[in-house]
Design a protein around this ligand. Structure first.
Ligand code: COA
Length: 216
């Protein structure tokens, strides 16, 4: 099987090693629109060209793009053109047989996705994240390294939960919200707000002008 990682940055390199650990004998390559990267070799995988090459692709794709709204937009554009999405799960991750993981999603080393949790499409479950039982993690969410959750949490579409955040039992993070590193969410972070601290407090709004360089 040919496996394509769309996005040859840091996220792409971790996706490559994760996916390769799962399928050591398959062929991997990158696509990236940055002309300087095309033709280079990254960790033994070639950058064959820009995203336009997805049009004729015979294989599986994962979008390794850290900006959640951009990853969702690319996935929707290319999904409607018939691109097939893969799913990269590191062999050291523990996924309950009753959990579901959607298309285009990645689960990095040492993560746990527990009983009847539902993880949507194009979600990043980063290193050592714990998604506890009955969680609902919607499409395009990023759970950064070391995020841990109690049972039954809800994280809405495209939300970004930064490194080391704790979500208490049944805590809710609204769509498009950003929760800053180390925060503890006891009840709810409203949609499209920026919140951090212990306990997490809303400190701002997240709109289209949000500068993703602040978190990535
Ligand atoms: C959400 C986040 C981006 C906010 O940072 P920011 O926009 O740079 O915030 P500012 O620099 O404007 O900080 C304003 C104040 O809040 C404080 N602050 C910022 N983030 C904080 C946090 N997560 N928890 C507690 N206080 C925080 C700052 O120390 C500063 O305090 P001061 O005014 O007393 O100096 C940042 O907290 C964060 O989470 N970064 C990490 C993202 C991440 O995990 N990326 C990993 C990708 S895999």
């Amino acid at each position: 099987v040919k496996r394509c990682i769309a996005g040859a940055g840091a996220q792409g390199r971790v996706v490559l090693e994760t996916w390769r650990a799962q399928h050591p004998h398959d062929e991997f390559f990158f696509l990236d629109d940055a002309s300087g990267k095309i033709g280079t070799d990254i960790l033994g995988a070639k950058v064959l060209g820009g995203f336009s090459l997805l049009a004729g692709l015979n294989g599986e794709v994962i979008f390794a793009v850290g900006i959640n709204p951009l990853r969702l937009r690319l996935a929707s554009e290319w999904g409607s053109k018939g691109v097939r999405f893969g799913r990269a799960v590191h062999p050291s991750a523990v996924i309950s047989p009753t959990a579901r993981i959607g298309d285009g999603s990645v689960v990095f080393a040492m993560a746990v996705v527990n009983t009847e949790a539902v993880v949507g499409n194009h979600v990043i479950v980063n290193t050592a994240v714990v998604v506890e039982h009955d969680a609902v993690i919607e499409d395009g969410v990023a759970l950064c390294p070391g995020v841990r959750t109690g049972g039954g949490v809800f994280v809405g579409r495209g939300a970004f939960v930064a490194t080391g955040v704790t979500l208490g039992v049944k805590a809710r993070v609204g769509a498009g919200a950003i929760v800053g590193a180390g925060a503890v969410v006891t009840r709810e972070v409203p949609a499209r707000t920026l919140a951090y601290g212990v306990p997490a407090r809303v400190v701002g709004q997240v709109d289209e002008a949000f500068d993703w360089k602040r978190v990535l």
